[in-house]
Design a protein around this ligand. Sequence first.
Ligand SMILES: [Zn+2]
Length: 222
Amino acid sequence: MLILKEIKKVAKDYLFPIFCLGCGVEGCWVCESCKNRFEVVDSTEFFDKKMSNIKVLFSALQYYEESLLGKAFKIFKYEFSEEVFGLFESIILKYFEIRLEYFKNIDFIIPVPLHPRKYAERGFNQSEMIAQVVGKILNKAVLNDAIYRIRYTKNQARLNKSEREDNIKNAFELNKKYYFSNKVVLLIDDVYTTGATIHECSQLFENKKVKGIYAFTLFRGR
Ligand SMILES: [Zn+2]
């Protein structure tokens, strides 16, 4: 099985060679020397209680579309590459390793879901994959089915803030098989831009008597 996988990889690399997103050298998405070039920005935001029921949003990286990591993120999100995922995995692990104390009270880790149609198209949910990494390091349960999409929504990328809010409104529902009373929840998404998606998800916990809602996104957009 492993040999077949290797042959497939060699054939794929031959037919579709890949080049470093940072410097163009052939053979990988991000070469070793480029890996040492980017910096992890610590961007943590505290929300006003009146504006949001999310207490703190943690993000590991700033998102710039044209940066090395911005390009790598697109590969991760739309094509998937184990190499690129490995890169983000190590960034996430490092981010949490030095902040474990902030997350010790978390009970559940909940990724923002994709609509089943989008999941079928893509074959994976990048937020679920981020949540798996976080769950592993925090040693906490990841509930992939706690929130589900009840409505197919347009891609948010080209919409402005209020269009995003309208687009995502009532798109989610909470799975009734879970009880969140007195629990601390960590919501996970790939990118925080206007916050429309993650705030919509956090609203689901209104009146559920949760103890606290926190959020982590791999990137913070602008
Ligand atoms: Zn490079």
